[in-house]
Design a binder for this molecule. Sequence first.
Ligand code: AMP
Length: 190
Amino acid sequence: MLNLVLFGPPGAGKGTQADFLIEKYQLIHLSTGDLLRSQIAAETALGLEAKSYMDKGFLVPDSIVIEMIKSKLQENKDANGFIFDGFPRTVEQAIALDKLLDENETPVSGMLCLEVEKQELIDRLLSRGKTSGRPDDQDVSIIENRIQEYNKKTMPLKDYYMAQNKCHKIHGMGSIDEIAQRLIDTVSVL
Ligand code: AMP
């Protein structure tokens, strides 16, 4: 079973690159951002709560996203593997993921860390905001909050996975195909 954690700041290209990896390795895509946005669209209580954080560019509480991932793992017990996109984003979440995967005896195979310069992140998000309609992609101060949340709460995960020898840094600038090839080269030696 191949369990990949696709890691990087907002705008690093996680969603775009996830599409390549899913097709190549037949993995189930688990994007907590997408799952939360579908809860918002369905106007559930969970969606409403999450929206109040997301619209400001803050992380939603760990308990919400951990519960969502837990039920998705249970729903997909026969999967070839998973690609975790935008999860984990805190050390709490990473510990919870390790515990959940331990129960299935299928640990994280590797963490693929996309590295992109800050100005490029802002440019990509603003450009995506023109078509995505996402409020958190359209306002520079919200984008700055998201990057700050990443630096403060998510970046420490690099050390968490480094300590397990699972952190693989990937240069995330260049064409989509070039970056996809770098990811595939890395996954092929996991
Ligand atoms: P994304 O689609 O991954 O850019 O996520 C959009 C927003 O959803 C983030 O800015 C957070 O508010 C929220 N979110 C997504 N995934 C998580 C997570 N793993 N932990 C906390 N908040 C999350």
